[in-house]
Design a protein around this ligand. Structure first.
Ligand code: FES
Ligand code: FES
Length: 217
């Protein structure tokens, strides 16, 4: 019957079937390599063009970077996929910077990069080569606390303290950026920093005091 014939034409022969499943296997293999590439940092993608597998291995080798961390220049060897947060906490043991969501949504990991606040969980360490990083450990001047640290203590700006380093780094940036003009503005520009304990009113008071006190931040 014509329909059967039609059907037959679409049935692969045994040899044809084998060819198709080999092609499928090789497609899947290649596409998983390509997916891995799509999820790989730009620097790694740049390094790998046509000889995929060989170059993927090279791309994941360590990269040398020089960072100024809290006023101290450091030459470091890091994997291209290491975030600045993991570099600080795990490689350099600067654990004042906290890991909350690890997803750019809580602000616990806020540090300054060349004076700008940055979520270190969203930033690759290799992208910071030559830059100046300040963490909560670098804010005080020796034994003397930074005015924002003093103000947080004075105004009870923290309860459990987990979000506090990120809050303080953001608070300093908030004033430097000129975004501490009113309670509403402070709240808006601190909204990327989540505090589960709800210490917000006290945090706002601390920021206002430092801003209005005209102290150098
Ligand atoms: S840990 Fe980076 S924003 Fe939450
Ligand atoms: S003080 Fe506890 S989460 Fe902010």
């Amino acid at each position: 019957m014509p329909q059967d014939k039609d059907l037959d034409q679409h049935q692969p022969s045994a040899a044809g079937g084998q060819r198709i499943s080999e092609a499928r296997r090789s497609f899947l293999k290649q596409s998983s390599v390509l997916t891995a590439f799509a999820l790989t940092p730009g620097i790694a993608v740049k390094a790998a063009d046509l000889k995929l597998e060989e170059k993927i291995a090279d791309a994941f080798e360590k990269v040398n970077v020089t960072l100024d961390i809290n006023g101290k220049k450091q030459k470091l060897s890091v994997e291209p996929r290491t975030t600045l947060l993991d570099l600080l906490r795990e490689q350099l043991h600067l654990t004042g910077t906290k890991k909350g969501c690890d997803y750019g949504q809580c602000g616990a990991c806020t540090v300054h990069v060349d004076g700008q606040r940055v979520n270190s969980c969203l930033t690759l360490a290799v992208m910071q080569d030559g830059k100046k990083i300040t963490t909560i450990e670098g804010l005080a001047n020796g034994e003397k606390l930074h005015p924002m640290q003093e103000a947080f203590i004075k105004h009870d700006g923290f309860q459990c303290g987990y979000c506090t380093p990120g809050q303080i780094m953001s608070a300093v940036a908030c004033i430097k950026e000129g975004h501490a003009g009113s309670d509403d503005e402070i709240r808006e520009y601190m909204s990327g920093n989540i505090c589960r304990c709800g210490a917000y009113p006290n945090i706002v008071n601390a920021i206002k005091e430092v801003k209005n006190g005209g102290q150098k931040v």
